[in-house]
Design a protein around this ligand. Structure first.
Ligand code: PMP
Length: 286
């Protein structure tokens, strides 16, 4: 397939989809983004992603040159132009080209980039068997330094932790916050199940408020499962009955071992399997 990328109002062939080397998105990681799934030709939870994108942009004083409604249309048109039925959209807004130096007043023309492609984050068998996590020594950015609620182009904090995982042949790392509490993983939110109660760290643990996290919380509540957004430490994960991660690219994936400790009986538990099933049904529009 040829592949067309939306760049600031135009659908361009992949090879011609470029931005300036003076773009502050490249020079300083100055910009925001979203990752969005497409299931059966429908862009999944698009309104929520567009809302978070505009909130991230607002927080970094970046004015997106499209209205949310225009952005929604641009995403849908890009997906259609690429004939994507099941895939992934990467929506990127950069600060635009400027002079060398941090001053945002010396930049112009924020770039809107929409890539519609496919993605496989983890090997399929891990969705059946569950994955193994290690805790990274790199802590999550202090929320007073940079709010984790902003989905910014600055992912070095997460990349440093991911390197620790891959150095140990693991696909994901658990990240703690500056207080030593469980925050999230490098690109996913974390849930545990203890005595039938579903628990996940609250937004003030310094996490990205994942849209998949929100969807899973709603599914659990509708299914009569008690959900608590509660502070937790590593010990809570070690002694949990079940553990799983959520993210747009990851979807819902069981975690069965953390820092060498087996979670539950070492296989995906009943609550995890139930939520995985409910999530898959939701993505199919059932
Ligand atoms: N935490 C981080 C750090 C992320 O980058 C992501 C998205 N990849 C998530 C959590 C999950 O968020 P969402 O469900 O909105 O994709």
């Amino acid at each position: 397939m040829s592949g067309k990328v939306y760049v600031s109002g135009k659908l361009l062939p992949k090879e011609q989809a470029v931005v300036s080397v003076y773009d502050h998105g490249l020079l300083y990681g100055d910009g925001v983004f979203e990752g969005i799934r497409v299931y059966g030709g429908r862009v999944f939870l698009l309104d929520e992603h567009v809302e978070r994108l505009y909130e991230s942009a607002k927080a970094i004083r970046l004015e997106i040159p499209l209205s949310p409604a225009e952005m929604t249309t641009a995403v849908e048109e890009t997906v259609a132009a690429n004939g994507i039925a099941d895939g992934y959209v990467r929506l990127v807004i950069t600060r635009g080209a400027g002079t060398l130096g941090l001053d945002i007043r010396r930049t112009s023309h924020p770039q809107v980039i929409i890539i519609a492609d496919t993605i496989t984050l983890y090997p399929p068998e891990l969705y059946e068997k569950g994955l193994e996590l290690v805790t990274a020594s790199t802590i999550r950015n202090h929320p007073s330094a940079l709010s984790a609620r902003i989905k910014s182009l600055n992912y070095l904090n997460n990349i440093m932790a991911k390197i620790e995982a891959t150095d140990q042949d693991k696909v994901e790392a658990l990240m703690l916050n500056h207080k030593g509490e469980v925050a999230e993983c490098t690109g996913d939110n974390i849930f545990i199940v203890k005595q039938g109660v579903l628990k996940t760290p609250p937004p003030d643990a310094g996490i990205l408020e994942g849209i998949t996290r929100g969807a899973v919380i709603r599914l659990a509540q509708q299914d009569g499962i008690t959900v608590q957004q509660t502070t937790m430490v590593r010990h809570d994960v070690y002694v949990a009955d079940e553990c799983f991660l959520t993210g747009t690219a990851a979807e819902v994936i069981p975690a069965v071992k953390v820092d060498g400790r087996v979670i539950g009986d070492g296989s995906p538990g009943p609550v995890t399997r139930r939520l995985l099933d409910l999530f898959r049904r939701l993505t199919r529009g059932e």
